[in-house]
Structure formats: C-alpha cells, structure tokens
Design a protein around this ligand. Structure first.
Ligand SMILES: [Zn+2]
Ligand SMILES: [Zn+2]
Length: 336
C-alpha cells in the first residue's frame, strides 16, 4: 500500500495502541437506560434550527436562482466553503481530534477546530465524544446513531435511516458528565477546549463571513444576502447531509472488504463527496489510520490534505496500518 513517496509509519506509530481503544478503556459506560437523558429543550430546539434553516436556504437558493443572474462569486463561496469546512471535519474533528491518526502543529489544531465549527455539527468535544462512543458500540444497542436499531422490515429500516441521519440528535444520550470521560486527552490539551468552548461564535462567523465577502464584492445588500444563502446556508446544508450520510448510508449500502465486527460499508459515492470518509468499512477496520481509501482507486482527498500538511512541516507521525494487518483483515472478511 505504501510507496516510497509516502510517509512511512515508524514502528512506534504503527504498533501504538489505537487512541479510540484507549478512550474505550475508560470505565465509560455500559450504563442502564435510566441514566440516559433526553437532550435539554434548548439543545433540541438548537438542533431543529440547525437542521431546518439550512434546508430553507436550499429552498431560497432554488427560488432565487430563477430571479437573479448566475454568480460565480456565490458558486465559489459555496464550493470553497464546502471544501474547507468538510476538510476541517474530516481531517480535524475526525482523523486528528477523535482518532489522533497524525500529529499536528497547534496552529493546525486551532484552524481546523475553528473552521470545523463552521460546519455547525457541534463543538469539538461533543463531536469527538459521540464519535468515540460510536466506535465503542458500533451497530450495537449503545451506538448513538446506528441505522440497525429498529428491527427489520420497511418501517424499521426507514426509522433506522432517519435515526442514523439526524434523528439521534433528539434521542436519549449519556449525561455530559459521562460523555466527558470519552475525551480526557482533549480536555488536557492546551488549545482544543478553548476552541471548543467558542463553538457558537465560530458557527455564526461561518455565516457572517460569506455575507461580508458578498457585500464587499458587490456593494449591495442583495449581494450580501445571496452570498450568505450560498456560502452560509446552502453550504451547511450539503456539509450536514454528506457528513450524516457517513453514519446512515455507510452503515447500510456498500462493500465490506475488511473484517470489522459491524455493519460499516465502503461506499464510493460517499468516498468522493465526503472526501475519503466514505471508505467507512476500512475506517472501522483500521480506526487509527490517517488513510481511509487504502487502494489507489479509492479517492481520499482528506489523506492528500494531511500529506500536504506534512510536506510543509505542519503534520507528522502519520499512522498507516501495516500491510500484514491489512491482508489479514481482508482474508478474514473473504472467509466469513
Ligand atoms: Zn461508523
Ligand atoms: Zn471514526
């Protein structure tokens, strides 16, 4: 899998314990159902707003597209914002903060944390705690967002899809004091808790910046409004649904080339749209790997981005699974 041009994992990083497994070793919690709590009303209202307002932005963009001239600026704000905020989630929230699949300079942590917050998927600490719990209990009863928790049949499948996509925001979850047990490493970090605490500010800035650029370029309030709709709302709508599809689609449809003890799948469409995160069976098989698309045919833009960071001295100790482990898991998947 590795070529001479690729960073070779040192023996130390190749065999180091998976940080997820470390996190799971905490006595965090097979807890009885009574301990689980519904999110507060304020949190549920916040989730509802975060889901519906970007959808209204989609409707507004479609309607206004018929009444306003095409704008390269708005398209660039949408596409640029999509790439930046998706990469900050995949390379930052996921591969760096959750799985520690590489080491990054503090400035990279801050930038990825701030821009990742602009994807409006919650604070770093909340996101990471939830995702580590997903890896701890994947597709079993305590998985926060498995699509396989509602039984067979059409109704069970539909409920599972909705739950895994965004319904889980409103479902019972562990109380905050338990969830923090999943992120002791991040709580001990110098910068992450500070960036995480200001999530709301970064999320609002992610809406204001495209509007400000639109106003600066066009000099009109209509220009600011359109730039906000495209670079703010529409961009968040797509980033949301692509990221959530990794939880829903990639646990339902696709191939399973590696043994992984769950229902995770490699889905090529999501591999492209989610910048490498769609190779989700590979990810569950090798959670600490910085590279999810392990073959050359499996596009993994996030991994290229991490390599780029390493090339300019901003990332190091990029973890890749040893070839023998890859082959062993591939063999066991074929045999099962
Ligand atoms: Zn998963
Ligand atoms: Zn993961």
């Amino acid at each position: 899998m590795t070529t001479s041009a690729q960073p070779r994992p040192t023996p130390a990083t190749a065999v180091a314990p998976d940080p997820v497994v470390l996190a799971l070793a905490l006595e965090a919690p097979q807890l009885p159902d009574e301990v689980m709590q519904r999110p507060s009303v304020a949190t549920q209202v916040g989730s509802l707003i975060a889901i519906t307002i970007p959808f209204l932005g989609l409707i507004a963009a479609i309607i206004l597209a018929w009444h306003t001239p095409f704008s390269w600026l708005n398209l660039a704000l949408f596409f640029g914002g999509y790439v930046l905020t998706t990469l900050a989630i995949t390379a930052g929230y996921h591969r760096l903060f959750t799985h520690k699949s590489y080491k990054a300079a503090p400035v990279v942590s801050v930038v990825l944390g701030v821009i990742g917050s602009m994807a409006v998927q919650g604070s770093i600490l909340n996101w990471v705690a939830t995702h580590r719990r997903h890896h701890q209990h994947t597709d079993r009863p305590d998985d926060p967002h498995s699509p396989h928790a509602f039984g067979a049949g059409l109704w069970g499948s539909l409920r599972g899809m909705v739950h895994s996509h965004f319904g889980w925001f409103f479902a019972k979850t562990l109380p905050r004091e338990v969830m923090v047990k999943y992120v002791p490493d991040l709580l001990a970090d110098r910068v992450v808790p500070r960036v995480s605490r200001w999530f709301g500010l970064w999320a609002i800035l992610g809406q204001l910046i495209p509007a400000a650029i639109g106003f600066a370029v066009t000099g009109t309030w209509m220009g600011a409004l359109m730039a906000w709709i495209w670079g703010g709302l529409l961009r968040v709508f797509f980033v949301h649904h692509v990221t959530w599809s990794v939880n829903s689609v990639c646990h339902l449809w696709g191939s399973r080339p590696f043994e992984s003890h769950d229902e995770s799948r490699n889905n090529a469409v999501m591999g492209v749209l989610a910048m490498g995160e769609g190779w989700h069976n590979t990810h569950h098989a090798f959670p600490a790997s910085a590279r999810h698309g392990l073959s050359r045919r499996e596009l993994d833009v996030t991994y290229w981005f991490i390599r780029l960071l390493a090339a300019v001295g901003l990332a190091s100790e990029i973890k890749l699974p040893p070839r023998a482990r890859i082959e062993a898991k591939r063999r066991r998947a074929r045999a099962s």
